[in-house]
Design a protein around this ligand. Structure first.
Ligand code: NAD
Length: 493
């Protein structure tokens, strides 16, 4: 179905616009979601011409098998306006251009404003959209914003107040691009379309839940950003807590934006708010030192460009969340994320409880009282996508010896390659006005409340950094965290 809309991309010359937004818009164009009735205004400070802008746009889609003609036609819908977001006059030019394009392409007053810029500009931009009357009265006006949404609860709240002065919550689409990923969306299908799982999805059958977001890369050229953020704010506040909420939420009454949000918020509200002592018991941090893996040598975090030599910023976090409700009381949700780990991978392990009694332990090969391996459901988010379930089966032969068997499903590389990119899905959702896969304010607010407590406690103590070698799965304390409850990380590459 073709959608009529004008996109205004603030930060149109930036990395995100070039790497993600333009290719995603092109994919929507190829599929017919965008056709004749769309236009894009790119704005940023550089003094580009429309022609140059269109050339750049064509460059960004060169790997997407566009014919010369297609690329040309697509890029002809793009217009560039040199614009300093702090300068009120420029918004008047923006309004003029937007109105012209609305008429030229019959866009029915539908507008999507995409803020692909540093968050400190968000407030100024939205205020001007209102004061300079760029918002239309005929169609819709939707705001898409990138992370980070604030740097703590107070700043997020202030930013939210500024934005909500202009846009109602249902028109605000806060991007968490993980929510656009196929296997994150699959969490709900695995849970709610399979009775065998949903009926066991509680503290009677699940012993613990483990969420790992590991990166093999270091900070690359983002040292400056990372020094102000660290792994906790960069990953836990948004992506990881969103995944915890999706895994732990109650079954929504329908799979609608509103019901899902209500259920996710209830989970975030039920996550235990730790005092300082509990933070120190339940959360650990790390920073990578120099290291080597597969003949590759890596430098320490504090030697990376734009990183302070005596930096105390964490590049690794592991922790235990507790959810104080009927379903989850007593079940630890372990999370970990870090840079320069052994392998890149995002996966979830649902570790089920042991059978109450191992009736097979009379066999000689099983030492007295030894327990069977636990059933584990693993959801692979990336780079491979799929899920697996480990069960216990009988070892072929005399007697009743058991051995673990793994039911394994991975999407083929071909299916994965052809699946829509997260940004493509999210842009289409925004066009459809569907906020299901975006973070709502109540979720963001609760996440910051949880994360602020950890950050504040950490800021009062000095960590012994660096404490893990590049190329490993993090510091020893991340393993001890589980060991003290008699658990271990199911994924140990
Ligand atoms: P970038 O630095 O590459 O681009 C910033 C853009 O803002 C440029 O187009 C620049 O010209 C423009 N700009 C800066 N100051 C301006 C001003 N005063 N007036 C007008 N234009 C101005 O940044 P990016 O990597 O594209 O990131 C943009 C946003 O997206 C950030 O909030 C970032 O945190 C977020 N984000 C980026 C990525 C990514 O993959 N790049 C991923 C997740 C989130």
């Amino acid at each position: 179905m073709e959608q009529a809309a004008l996109f205004t991309i603030f930060g149109g010359t930036g990395d995100l616009a070039k790497r993600k937004l333009y290719p995603s818009l092109f994919r929507l164009y190829k599929k017919g979601n965008l056709a004749q009735h769309f236009a894009v205004i790119g704005t940023a400070r550089r003094p580009w011409s429309d022609d140059h802008y269109r050339e750049i746009v064509r460059e960004t889609i060169k790997d997407l098998n566009a014919t010369e003609e297609e690329a040309q036609e697509f890029s002809n819908h793009f217009y560039y306006l040199s614009h300093n977001v702090n300068d009120t006059e420029h918004y008047d030019q923006l309004k003029e251009l937007a109105d012209q394009l609305d008429e030229k392409y019959s866009l029915q007053g539908n507008r999507v404003y995409y803020l692909a810029m540093a968050p400190q500009f968000f407030g100024t931009i939205v205020n001007h959209l209102k004061s300079q009357e760029i918002l239309t009265t005929t169609g819709y006006n939707r705001l898409v914003i990138e992370k980070p949404f604030g740097f703590d609860y107070d700043s997020a709240n202030e930013l939210n107040n500024q934005i909500r002065n202009v846009f109602p919550e249902q028109d605000i689409f806060r991007i968490d691009h993980y929510l656009g990923k196929e296997m994150i969306q699959n969490i709900s299908v695995i849970r709610f379309a399979n009775n065998i799982f949903e009926s066991l999805w509680n503290n009677r059958y699940i012993e613990n839940v483990q969420i790992t977001f590991s990166e093999a890369l270091g900070v690359e050229d983002r040292g400056g950003y990372y020094e102000n953020s660290g792994a906790l704010k960069d990953m836990v506040q948004n992506h990881i807590l969103q995944v915890v909420a999706l895994l732990a939420m109650e079954v929504p009454t329908s799979f609608s934006n509103k019901s899902i949000r209500e259920e996710k918020v209830k989970v975030l509200q039920a996550i235990r708010r730790y005092d300082s002592e509990e933070v120190l018991q339940n959360f650990v941090r790390g920073q990578y030192d120099a290291g080597a893996l597969d003949d590759k040598q890596f430098i320490a975090y504090h030697d990376e460009p734009n990183v302070a030599e005596d930096s105390l910023m964490e590049t690794f976090v592991a922790g235990k969340f507790l959810i104080d409700n009927f379903r989850w009381s007593g079940v630890p949700f372990y999370v970990r994320t870090g840079k320069r780990m052994t392998e890149k991978g995002t996966r979830i392990n649902i570790v089920f409880k042991q059978v109450p009694v191992n009736v097979f332990n009379f066999e000689q090969e099983v030492a007295d009282g030894e327990e069977l391996p636990q059933n584990i459901l693993t959801i692979y988010i990336q780079p491979t996508e799929g899920f697996s379930l480990t069960l216990n089966g009988k070892k072929i032969g005399q007697g009743f010896n058991t051995e673990p068997v793994k039911l394994d499903f991975r999407q083929s590389a071909e299916v994965t390659e052809n699946s829509p990119e997260a940004y493509e899905k999210l842009l289409l959702d925004a066009l459809n006005g569907d906020g299901t896969n975006f973070s709502h304010w109540d979720e963001v607010a609760n996440s910051w409340e949880i994360v602020d407590r950890i950050r504040n406690t950490w800021d009062q103590t000095t960590p012994g950094f660096p404490n893990y070698s590049a190329g490993t799965m993090g510091p020893q304390c991340a393993f001890d965290l589980l060991a003290k409850n008699g658990h271990e990380w199911a994924w140990q590459p």
